[in-house]
Design a protein around this ligand. Sequence first.
Ligand SMILES: *Cc1c(COP(=O)(O)O)cnc(C)c1O
Length: 403
Amino acid sequence: MNRDQDHPDFREFSIATQAIHAGRHPDPVYGAVCMPIYQTSTFAFESCAQGAARFAGSEPGFVYTRMGNPTVAALEEAVAIMEGGHGGLATASGMAATCTLAFTFLGQGQHMIGTDAVYGPTRVVFERDFARFGVEHSFVDTSDIEKVRAAIRPNTKLLFIESPANPTLQVTDLAACAELAREHGIVMVVDNTFASPVLQRPLKLGAHIVMHSLTKFINGHTDVVGGMIVCESAELTDRVRSVLSYLGGTMDPHPAWLALRGSQTLPLRMRVAQQNAQAMAELLEAHPKVEWVRYPGLASHPQRELVKKQMDGPGALISVGMKGGHRAGVVLLESLRLPVLAVSLGGIETLVQHPASMTHAAMNPQAREAAGISDGLVRMSVGCEDQAELLADLEQALERCPD
Ligand SMILES: *Cc1c(COP(=O)(O)O)cnc(C)c1O
């Protein structure tokens, strides 16, 4: 019996239900509840006519995995529904998603505007690589809408926002930026990696496209590298899919299957990680050895009102600066026993790192300082461990830090 015609439209459900059911269709062969891993590069045609029809797009079905695959398609549908978008496009990494979007919307002599404190490699790709092909860029503090407005040129085609940004946790008013972008015919992309669709849905706030490093919260288990692009319309999805499938930064079925499984617990993980992060941020802020804490759930966050307006929660990332500067930061990082000293974020385990010498080391030092990424900044991606044990560990590590 094929009950797939009864498959509810999960667009109308809450994210907790979407994460579990969206994109999961009953397997027509054996009834497998979980999507099988269709580990194949190509798909057999029953006839030449069928092969021709599939290439022409007049018959649905798969052709070649770079162009589409059932396991990858299930993940694309699941994330697209969580983001409230039209179509999803899974990519080999978050950077493959960023580069595919840059290739799609920018050409020689055109201009892009980006958030100054974006993920380090995102900035490098525009400042170094796309610049070689005559693509102009302006990286500005997009949390100030007047700075975005002032950066717009007649040839601006892309506005690339990361909010909350990495690692300053600066928040940009997405609805205001989207209005400005649409006024000027600029495509607005939001890197929603830090918030995940559980806490923020940029398409609903007016963005044209959302992208993710799936490596982070959506997969959530620190065992997959992948990315995702979700567009607001069929036209945009087709346009980006065409570029993606030719450029080749597509996702393979096995990581897609892992991410499909990981994503089912995204709302649960986010809830626990966020509760832990709030408690850790409060402990840090009250500690005499800490100079400052930046966490969107603290009253001290400069855009606390905006956070409440456009996000459903403050997330699980904390940036902290020690009174003892870089030296104290190193002691803190090396004294923590539960958190792992490693880059990346959004995993089920707590990870800590030092952006100025790690994720943002490739940025030029002046730009790094200007974007608020000081040498003493320590970034924590809080996981789902027991809260009391995390707090006790943080306490003992802080005790060891020099003033
Ligand atoms: C990690 C990250 C990326 C890049 O993703 P990869 O999967 O590592 O290629 C992009 N944006 C943000 C905010 C990230 O944290």
